[in-house]
Write a protein that binds this ligand. Structure first.
Ligand code: GLY
Length: 463
């Protein structure tokens, strides 16, 4: 946890932004894996973590703006809890860590909310993403579960996005720690990536690296030698020479902050000439994005700049043709780069995605593109100092997508479909780094960049 003043300041900022009403934060409960006594690793709700800091189940937080009070609703641990889980600080001591002096038994939350709604006061809540939390909110407020999303407070969502988008120095320091663990994970993958090794052996080792740094993985490891599959969570393949292994994996610190990196490396340690040629286009796109991202710039424009580098490079390889700007405007690059350049990152690897992707990534100035590929850009709005984002361009040769575009003659004037036959077994490449926007530019997070050039990767894989 951070210093209690951090949480007090955040709650005061939220209060100032919303002006009136009662704000309800339902913390997460344990989630059973196969029976109630065998839960998944406990993960606190990120909004609760941000405003109240406490990573324990069965808590709720209430900010009463009109009365000027903050309160944690939760129960003291009983003797059973102490026997099985050990002695914990009292609720009063725990609340004190978050700068909250008022602790009330959880059953009294209903009375508080009933009294507020009876007086016609607004109860603000964010969209619940777990069924049990949704049921709790519905029950407490006398709403139907199915109608809940109609009652979500848009002003609360806007206010949380505005606050959590701009990372504090203490948050960036935590994200840097997650990045350093990400470095250890990806260099470990480079050391293990040999023919005859199963993908799951490497994926398991990466989870161990994250755990041994005191945290965990920030999302299930994506790792595959079928590297054209964007998000492959199945790790059953035996690695074979000639393939490239794509690893998209990051760490979460004990305090909940994420990193998210991707590297694509040759099984056995040596890129072929053809692999290196495509690899260097993706690397150039990644570097270009990091060179130009700065406050005031739409991330959409950074995405388009990366797409332009990709289209230009693929033209040089003879796989695309025609005017580059026109090809990108028509979305022709998306045959190879069918996703967005990146997303915000913080307490969630896709930061605040539970508040709605468009509420985080778009605003009155810029709406999401409906065009295939660019439509997957999760974040398009103007950058501000201390935004933290991923930069993750890629080039993939997805046989089914190529066949579809060829049959349907999509963007035929920009694609050399005949040349593509030679690339149907190529796989894909993604290179992902994490950045923080600075006063005039952006900087890469983590002490060291994970080996990224062809030469650096080959050298690391020799170790
Ligand atoms: N790194 C996984 C994702 O961004 O979805």
């Amino acid at each position: 946890m951070f210093d209690s003043n951090t949480y007090i300041k955040r709650r005061n900022a939220l209060r100032k932004s919303l002006k009136s009403g009662v704000i309800l934060f339902i913390g997460n409960n344990e989630a059973p894996m196969n029976y109630a006594g065998n839960p998944y690793r406990f993960r606190q709700d990120s909004n609760f973590l941000y405003f109240f800091g406490l990573s324990l189940p069965k808590l709720a937080g209430v900010i009463d703006i009109d009365e000027g009070t903050d309160c944690i609703y939760g129960d003291e641990h009983d003797i059973e809890d102490i026997i099985w889980n050990g002695q914990l600080p009292s609720m009063q001591e725990l609340a004190g860590l978050a700068g909250v002096s008022s602790v009330v038994p959880r059953k009294d939350l209903r009375i508080k909310l009933l009294s507020a709604t009876r007086k016609g006061r607004k109860v603000h809540f964010a969209p619940p993403y777990r069924a049990d939390a949704g049921n709790t909110v519905a029950d407490l407020l006398g709403l139907r579960f199915g109608d809940l999303l109609n009652y979500v407070s848009k002003s609360l969502v806007r206010a949380i996005v505005a606050l959590r988008s701009v990372k504090e120095a203490c948050e960036i320091a935590e994200i840097e720690k997650a990045c350093d663990t990400g470095y250890a994970m990806h260099t470990r993958a480079m050391h293990l990536c040999q023919p005859g090794v199963y993908e799951y052996q490497i994926a398991g080792a990466l989870e161990g690296v994250a755990a041994s740094a005191g945290g965990t993985i920030s999302f299930p490891v994506i790792l595959s030698q079928n590297s054209e599959i964007l998000h492959n969570h199945s790790h059953r393949n035996l690695l074979v020479e000639g393939k490239m292994m794509l690893t998209d994996a990051g760490a979460e610190t004990a305090s909940g902050y994420a990193s998210d990196f991707t590297r694509t490396i040759p099984v056995g340690g040596k890129f072929t000439e053809r692999q290196a040629a495509v690899y260097n286009i993706v690397l150039k796109a990644n570097n270009r994005a990091q060179e130009i991202a700065k406050p005031g710039m739409f991330y959409y424009d950074v995405h388009i700049a990366a797409a332009t580098v990709i289209a230009e490079g693929l033209k040089e390889l003879g796989l695309m043709k025609g005017d580059t700007a026109e090809a990108v405007a028509n979305g022709a690059h998306a045959l190879f780069f069918p996703h967005g350049l990146g997303h915000m990152m913080g307490l969630d690897v896709h930061d605040m995605e539970n508040l709605g992707e468009n509420n985080v990534g778009y605003d009155d100035e810029i709406q999401r593109s409906p065009q295939f590929g660019t439509a997957y850009l999760r974040f398009g709005r103007r950058l501000k100092e201390n935004f933290v984002l991923t930069v993750e361009p890629g080039i993939y040769f997805i046989p089914a997508l190529i066949a579809k575009w060829k049959t349907e003659k999509i963007n035929g004037s920009f694609i050399n479909f005949n040349r593509l036959n030679e690339y149907l077994d190529f796989g894909g490449i993604r290179i992902e780094d994490n950045i923080a926007v600075t006063k005039n530019a952006c900087r890469r997070l983590g002490k060291q960049r994970i080996p990224v050039s062809v030469e650096e990767i080959e050298e690391e894989m020799r170790k």
